[in-house]
Structure formats: C-alpha cells, structure tokens
Design a protein around this ligand. Structure first.
Ligand code: PHE
Length: 457
C-alpha cells in the first residue's frame, strides 16, 4: 500500500527547506569568485537583474507545478500532459538530480575535510597563498582523502532524506539554516572589523563596467539558475509537499531574498577579509579553498573563524544536496512505488558510484579527457550549463503556453487571493516575464553554452 504523501508541517519549514536548497556552494563558493573575476559591483547589478526577471518567474512556475500535482517532476508532467515529450522533460530533471549530486558532493566533501584541516591547525603553515594552494593540491590528489570525505558527505545527505520530509528535511533545515545565518553574520562582522577591510567593501560597491560584456552577462544568468536550484525539479518537488493555502508568489519572493542576501553577505565576509590581508580577490574556483585559509591565518582569531567558515560551507552544501537527492527519491517513491528508506539506500549508492569518477578526476583519472574535459568538468558542464537551462526553458514554455494559462492562474491564486485582488499588476508582470522574457533569455544562454553564439559572431 502506498503511504500517505507527507506535507511540510509549517510555512516556515517549507521556506527554510527551499532556501536551504537554493543557498549552497553556489552562494558561498561560486558567487564570490565569479564576482571577483567579473568586476565586482557591476556584475552584482547584472546578477540582481537576472534574478528578478528570470529567477523569480521560473521559481514561481516550478513550485506551482509541484504544488498543483503533488508529484515528483515526472509525475507532475504526467498529471498535466499526455505527451511523452513533457514527461521526458520531468525525466531529464531526475537525471540532472543524479548528475549534479554526484559532483556536488565531491566539492562538498572538501568542505567537510577542511573543517578537520582547520581544527587540526593545518592552516597555520600558510604564510602565502601559494603554500595554501599546494596543500590543497596535495589533498585532492590523495584518493583516500577525496573519496573518504565524499562518502562521509553522501552519508550525511542520505541520513536526512531517509528520515522523510517532516522529520528529516524540514527539521534538518529548521535547525541548520539559522545556524548558517548566525555563522555568516559572525564572519561578516569579523571581516568588516578588520583593518583595511574598506578596500573589500569598495570593490563590492564600485562598479567597473568595463568588465561587463556578453560573456559576463551570460555567467550571471547561468548562475541565477544554479543558485536558485531551478531547471531540474528540486523546487518542483519541494513545492509538491506544500498545501493549497500557501501563498506561492510570496514564498518564492522570500526564498529569493534569502538566497540573494546570503550571497551578498558571503561576498562581504570574503572580500573584506581577502583585501584586508592583501591577497588576490580574483583567484577563481580556488578562492574558498586556497585564498580563504591563507586569509584566516593572517587575522586575529583566524583559527576559530576558519573552522566556522568550513562548517558554514558544509551546512550550505548539505541542505542543497538533500534537495537533489529528494528529487530522485521522490521519483522512485511516487512512480515506482518504492518505500522511501529503500530508495534512499539504493539511490544513494548509485550516486556514490556515479561520483567516484568525478572524485578521481583530480588524481587517478586526471589525464583521462572526454572532449577536452576531465570527468568532473564534463558532468558539471553538462548539468549546469546544458541540462539546467534546457529544463528551465522547457518549464517556462510549459507553464507559459502548454498547460493553459487560465488553469495556471487558477492554481496560482489558491493561497494568494489577496495578492490577486490587491495587486493584479504583479501577476500580469509575472505572466509577461514568464511567457516572453525568460524563454528568450534562457535560450540565448543555452546557445552560448553550446558555443553556438561564438560561431555566429
Ligand atoms: N542551489 C544550489 C547552490 O547554490 C545548487 C543546486 C542546484 C541545488 C540545483 C539543487 C538543484 O549551491
């Protein structure tokens, strides 16, 4: 017999779980370094525009699909359309969940390993950024280290999903997200009270428009998707545990605000510290794993703050990984009638196997390249640059054109009656963005990812 489908026990439980999905490595690891590489303040402005005109409309659409159907991505499309194509779009979301989780957990494993490195006082030897980078390289080329922490992180993720929606995901988010906010706040205060931190603030506040070009706009747009967990049904699946009287536009707005504020505060915490100790802000992907440890050694209380920083990074990654695994588990539970516990154990193991070649891309398989990319980069590229934008594009087309817009509005209105009555213009704007703006802009990102724009221009 199918168990009764669970629901979030409270509105705030849903908001924190969804914000937990959105707030992840994307906010604390990726956002600061792409901002550093693309001109600081001007990039942030472009990014905020992308979040507002694409992120928010697509987020509302995804949550609505889930809440209306109470199903996983495949089941949701099945409930609303007979076409194999659209059901396949749901299937693509489930596949993306497997893929993203497999490489995401490898990086998240580094964060776990770095809590231990920090606690062991290993950062104290990092008198230069270069020494920190060398140490990092020696760790990721160590197979036992990388696979060990990857496994530990996967087990932590499985633990919460195993316990179910209310007792696992919701309770975990309600406990972990406030801790994340507090840690971030402490690190921001530490950053801005350092001598010389003003340089970091002005880097974040003074726009350098010369760095903004088609490429950086596309990076901002692509990141808007990744950071809001859009395009693969994570928000759809979380929406499927919502009740009919929850206000979707309002909840979406709150999730976006939390995600954006966390990214910005992470930027402040990181850049004030990096500038104060005179290191390079444009270090790229290594920013968090080399520059940050080298930064902490140079500041008072650095030992303590570095531990907090990597706990923060681990929590952020964990609440995101949970949402990725939940998409996959929900599919096997809803569509194939598996029980949740069995699904978590089997699927967790499958993700582990899939993640192994990604973990080994930094050592044993480093020279093994497909299309010029190692396995890790290939899966990351395929998922983040191809599958997520394609999923987002198709979701906005489905909700904008295929589902039937009167049904869309009817379902969206449930729980948001006040908004529909008092601010009908907001709903019209949403419709306009979703139908016309988002699909076109996402399509451009996709062409760029595929390298087609470069062929034309
Ligand atoms: N939003 C997460 C982050 O910023 C990543 C993610 C993508 C999670 C897609 C779920 C789905 O790190």
């Amino acid at each position: 017999m199918q168990e009764k489908r669970e629901q979030w026990s409270s509105k705030i439980g849903f908001i924190l779980a969804a914000a937990g999905s959105a707030i992840g490595l994307g906010n604390i690891w990726k956002f600061p370094y792409i901002t550093g590489q693309n001109g600081g303040a001007s990039f942030i402005i472009v990014y905020l525009i992308c979040i507002a005109i694409i992120g928010l409309p697509v987020l509302i659409a995804e949550i609505l699909l889930g809440r209306t159907t109470h199903r996983n991505p495949v089941g949701a499309f099945k409930a609303l359309s007979k076409s194999k194509f659209w059901i396949g779009v749901g299937g693509m979301g489930v596949v993306s969940g497997f893929l993203i989780l497999s490489f995401y957990s490898v990086i998240a494993g580094w964060a776990v390993g770095y809590i231990i490195e920090a606690a062991n006082g290993n950062f104290s030897q990092f008198s230069t950024g270069e020494l920190a980078a060398n140490h990092f390289n020696s760790l990721i080329t160590n197979v036992t280290w990388i696979v060990g922490y990857f496994t530990a992180f996967m087990l932590m993720t499985m633990f919460f999903v195993y316990l179910g929606i209310q007792k696992g995901i919701e309770l975990g988010s309600v406990i972990m997200m406030p801790i994340l906010f507090i840690l971030l706040f402490i690190l921001m205060v530490r950053g801005i009270t350092l001598e010389g931190s003003e340089a970091g603030i002005s880097f974040l506040l003074n726009p350098d428009w010369s760095k903004i070009n088609a490429q950086s706009i596309l990076i901002a747009l692509g990141h808007a998707f990744f950071t809001l967990s859009l395009g693969m049904g994570a928000m759809l699946t979380y929406g499927s545990y919502m009740s009919k009287d929850d206000n979707i536009p309002l909840a979406s707005f709150q999730i976006i605000i939390l995600d954006t504020v966390v990214a910005l505060i992470a930027g402040v915490a990181i850049f004030t510290s990096v500038f104060a100790v005179g290191l390079d802000p444009s270090a790229g992907p290594g920013l968090v794993f080399h520059t940050i440890p080298a930064t902490f050694v140079k500041m008072p209380g650095g030992y303590f703050f570095s531990i907090l920083f990597f706990i923060l990074l681990t929590i952020a990654a964990l609440t995101s990984a949970i949402s990725l695994l939940e998409v996959v588990v929900a599919y096997f539970v809803d569509e194939l009638g598996w029980n949740r516990k069995k699904a978590v154990i089997i699927l967790g193991f499958v993700v582990f196997l899939l993640g192994l070649p990604s973990a080994l891309s930094f050592n044993l398989l480093a020279d093994y390249k497909i299309w010029g990319k190692n396995f890790f980069d290939l899966v990351d590229f395929l998922a983040s640059n191809i599958l997520l934008p394609t999923g987002g594009l198709l979701i906005s087309i489905f909700v904008g054109y295929v589902w039937g817009f009167d049904k869309v509005l009817l379902n969206l209105k449930s729980g948001a009656e006040n908004l529909f009555e008092k601010h009908p213009k907001i709903i019209l704007t949403w419709k306009f963005f979703l139908k016309y703006l988002s699909p076109v802009l996402i399509f451009v990102v996709l062409l760029q990812s595929l390298g087609i724009l470069e062929l034309i221009f």
